[in-house]
Design a binder for this molecule. Structure first.
Ligand SMILES: C[S@@+](CC[C@H](N)C(=O)[O-])C[C@H]1O[C@@H](n2cnc3c(N)ncnc32)[C@H](O)[C@@H]1O
Length: 187
């Protein structure tokens, strides 16, 4: 009996160690694509307008912060929204914000890495990351989004090899000079 117990404790300990090691490996592979800096509300509206978001769209924000872009897409246009972020506190905040805004049935927030998250449901992808992060995401955006999908980036381009199909330059309500980029996925 004592031997069975000892074996159980040994195996349970091994499983816990292996699980811990896997968690550490997975976390260390998650790369930060940008620090948290929210897009001002008036700029969010301009991003959604540039992408011509409408009911029937699914707006995916890669690095969603407090969830304001998917939430606004649902509130203003009746679109579906998905947000992914690697910061669990921001995902919690985004879920609470969706509830306060009364759109929790239309939006979904996931604690996931933007580099590996499923893009297949998105008809609009929004980004406020960095040029280097856009460059990393670009191959997946081009390969995995459906024809007709749109990508909008606040402030950062995709580099010279993928010129934007649309551009908006304006001064925000806060007085900042803003550039938004739009790409359309062709068939
Ligand atoms: C500049 S903020 C933009 C927040 C929001 N999209 C907005 O425009 O208000 C960038 C966000 O990306 C998140 N982020 C950074 N690396 C990420 C990754 N690998 N996967 C998912 N989110 C990531 C950060 O936690 C942060 O919330």
């Amino acid at each position: 009996m004592v031997r069975v117990n000892a074996l159980f404790v040994y195996h349970f300990g091994m499983i816990r160690s292996v699980a811990f090691l896997i968690a550490v490996i997975l976390l260390s592979q998650t790369q930060s694509l940008a620090p948290y800096l929210p897009t001002p509300d008036d700029v969010v509206d301009r991003m959604l307008t540039l992408a011509k978001v409408q009911r029937g769209d699914t707006v995916l924000d890669l690095g969603c912060g407090d969830g304001r872009i998917p939430i606004r897409a649902a509130q203003k246009f009746g679109a579906r929204g998905i947000g992914v972020d690697i910061d669990p506190k921001l995902i919690e905040t985004a879920r609470a914000n969706a509830k306060s805004a009364g759109v929790e049935k239309l939006v979904e927030f996931r604690l996931e890495d933007a580099m590996t998250t499923d893009l297949s449901k998105a008809s609009v992808v929004t980004l406020y990351l960095l040029s280097s992060s856009n460059a990393k995401l670009r191959p997946r955006l081009q390969a995995e989004l459906q024809p007709g999908s749109r990508v909008v980036s606040h402030a950062f381009s995709m580099g010279p090899d993928w010129p934007a199909d649309g551009l908006a330059r304006f001064v925000s309500a806060r007085g900042d000079e803003i550039t938004l980029y739009l790409w359309k996925i062709s068939g």
